[in-house]
Write a protein that binds this ligand. Structure first.
Ligand code: S3P
Length: 430
């Protein structure tokens, strides 16, 4: 995909559904009793992989562009799939479904694409096996493909050394099938969509924060979940590209509609404010415990920020686009405590550094983040997305303010989380 510089951006963007929430709605709908209706579901490749997995597990899922209808079969209604479940590029599908499959009476194999099959799974295998699950890495390398054999689950208290919603969710979902209260303590609170949605479906989940910032979520074993109507808010991780575009491109004014602003996801907004962004929130509302707003963004002169500590899990997926903003911010932006970047769809410390350097940016990678000097200019070049959707979209935005055309290689990977991204971007350009 070739990106040309924009003179200004004007107009409205309706943000597609949240990826994390879309996955969870399909999963809980499938193991609930009765019908679940999901609107504004993200039709991205990752969430479609989740749908296909549950279809292969015997769930009747009717899928139209307007809505997803799931005829849930209850906590024990899944059927042994005929074949390996293909989780594609999706870490969320793989890790969360493992928590559910650990509690079934049949065996399954999970496998994904090359990137997925190189991401760490020991972080879920270990706590789930300590609950009595029988999960193994088929190649004995701590990664998928995973073999999941039936097991009788009992409750645990898991102390996670990473703030990962995928780990927390896998353990909480397995906890539905356990014999007593299952809890997970993480060093810093990660996104809490599983806790919120489990409560909507009738499970009993509680959450508490300790004084030192640690967070604990607990779930009681459950007889039954009940089908719900879920309206998925727009994905702030997708909105982030347009927020950055509106801030960076001169004379821009963008209205970004229906953005989920759950505080466990909204770190990018806090950082934008610290960087001096002109952002206004309109039409604030909330459904199923998930707050949303329309966001009005105007071109702004940005200043550098230090991004570290407990805010990191709330913006971990937005660091590629924050790095692009930092290249245009006055001063030195420091990002630390973000070693989790190394185990995303690509090692994002490496892929951000490679591409920002290729555009002439001043970036130094560190052990757990990066340091970026805001030089205020980037030059267009070939961007190697390494098939990472967030790298492709972040550098497409950089291309809007670069001084020559930018070519994003393997740009179709944006379909993982934002089909139609480039088309939407084109409607805003002047
Ligand atoms: C997600 C959690 C985060 C995030 C990912 C989606 C989720 O991953 O990066 O894109 O839906 O739970 P980790 O749990 O590995 O931090």
């Amino acid at each position: 995909m070739e990106i040309t510089a924009a003179q200004k951006l004007r107009g409205e963007v309706i943000i597609p559904g949240d990826k994390s929430i879309s996955h969870r709605a399909v999963m809980l709908g499938s193991i609930a009793k009765g019908t679940t209706e999901i609107t504004n579901f993200l039709q991205g490749a990752d969430c479609l992989a989740t749908i296909q997995c549950f279809k292969n597990l015997g769930i009747d899922i009717n899928h139209t562009p307007a809505r997803i209808l799931i005829r849930g079969k209850g906590l024990h209604g899944l059927k042994k799939p005929a074949d390996t479940l293909n989780t594609g590029n999706s870490g969320t599908t793989t890790r969360l479904i493992s928590g559910i499959l650990a509690g079934q009476s049949f065996s399954t194999i999970l496998s994904g694409d090359e990137s997925l099959n190189s991401r760490p799974m020991a972080r879920i295998i270990e706590p789930l096996n300590s609950m009595g699950a029988h999960i193994s890495s088929i190649n004995r390398n701590g990664c998928a493909p995973l073999q999941i054999e039936p097991g009788n689950l009992h409750s645990i208290h898991h102390k996670s050394n990473v703030a990962s919603a995928q780990v927390k969710s896998a353990v909480l979902l397995a906890g539905l099938y356990a014999d007593d209260v299952t809890s997970v303590t993480e060093p810093v609170l990660s996104r809490n969509h599983t806790e919120l949605m489990l409560n909507c479906f009738g499970a009993r989940v509680s959450a508490r924060r300790e004084k030192d910032g640690q967070a604990t979520a607990s779930v009681l074993p459950c007889e039954e979940l009940y089908g719900q109507k879920i309206i998925v808010p727009g994905d702030i991780s997708s909105a982030a590209y347009f927020i950055a575009a509106g801030l960076l491109v001169p004379e821009s004014e963008l209205l970004i509609r229906n953005v989920g602003i759950n505080p466990t996801r909204a770190g990018i907004l806090t950082i934008c404010e610290q960087m001096g962004a002109d952002i206004t929130y309109l039409n604030k509302t909330s459904a199923g415990g998930e707050p949303t707003a329309d966001i009005l963004v105007k071109h702004s002169s940005l200043k550098a920020a230090v991004i570290e500590g407990s805010i990191i899990p709330t913006l971990i997926d937005e660091i590629p686009i924050i790095a692009v903003m930092a290249a245009f911010a006055e001063g030195t932006t420091i990002i630390r405590d973000a070693a989790e970047l190394k185990v995303k769809e690509t090692n994002r410390i490496d892929t951000i550094t490679e591409n920002l350097k290729a555009m002439g940016g001043d970036i130094t990678p560190t052990r757990d983040g990066m340091i970026i000097q805001g030089a205020g200019v980037l030059k267009g070049t070939h961007i190697n997305s390494h098939q990472d959707h967030r790298i492709a979209m972040a550098f497409a935005i950089a291309g809007l303010v670069a001084d020559r055309n930018t070519i994003i290689e393997e740009s179709r990977c944006v379909d993982v989380s934002y089909p139609g991204f480039f088309e939407t971007l084109n409607t805003l350009k002047y």
